[in-house]
Ligand binder design. Sequence first.
Ligand SMILES: Nc1ncnc2c1ncn2[C@@H]1O[C@H](COP(=O)(O)OP(=O)(O)OP(=O)(O)O)[C@@H](O)[C@H]1O
Ligand SMILES: O=C(O)C1=C[C@@H](O)[C@@H](O)[C@H](O)C1
Length: 160
Amino acid sequence: MGVGKGTTARAFAKEYGVYNIDTDDLIESKENKEIKKIFEKKGEAYFRECEQQTADWIEKCVTGTLISCGGGFYKVKNLKKLGTVVLLDASFEWIHNRLKTAKNSKQKLAKRPLFQDQKKAKKLYGEREKAYKKVADVVVNVEGKEMEEILKEIAKKCKI
Ligand SMILES: Nc1ncnc2c1ncn2[C@@H]1O[C@H](COP(=O)(O)OP(=O)(O)OP(=O)(O)O)[C@@H](O)[C@H]1O
Ligand SMILES: O=C(O)C1=C[C@@H](O)[C@@H](O)[C@H](O)C1
């Protein structure tokens, strides 16, 4: 969380004239509940089922679209059938530092149940780091880069 998936996806869509969708937004819309509430009322396992359903829908129905996803979405069974997987990479410290200074970061953190506790969040990052790199087709390090540079690198590496 917080590496900039949503912000980058929106900027990329604008620059390259494609549509973008976000799996967290799709789930909130389908469930008619914020993610925080889904975790509270139905639990994480239910949220993960929602992610798998979303992946199944994407596989069946979505083409030519940029998809930003939740931090745990990489675990869906059919990830590699959905398209080119781009990892926006940055260290935990860098992400955390930017979140501390970003103007909407308090709201952002409040919305994400798995990031309420910094120690636990760091542990989760450590557990996922290798798995993210394993599933990624393309890795773009975003630390200290301007958005323009990030977008160009994504486009070049994805041959767009
Ligand atoms: N290139 C950027 N320059 C400056 N601030 C940025 C940039 N990209 C993202 N941010 C800020 O960093 C924070 C996290 O970005 P964003 O919400 O896009 O992350 P995310 O990975 O989509 O998070 P989540 O998975 O929780 O939705 C936001 O406050 C956003 O405004
Ligand atoms: O990293 C995660 O597992 C999550 C990240 C968020 O984007 C949301 O998908 C949800 O809060 C879970």
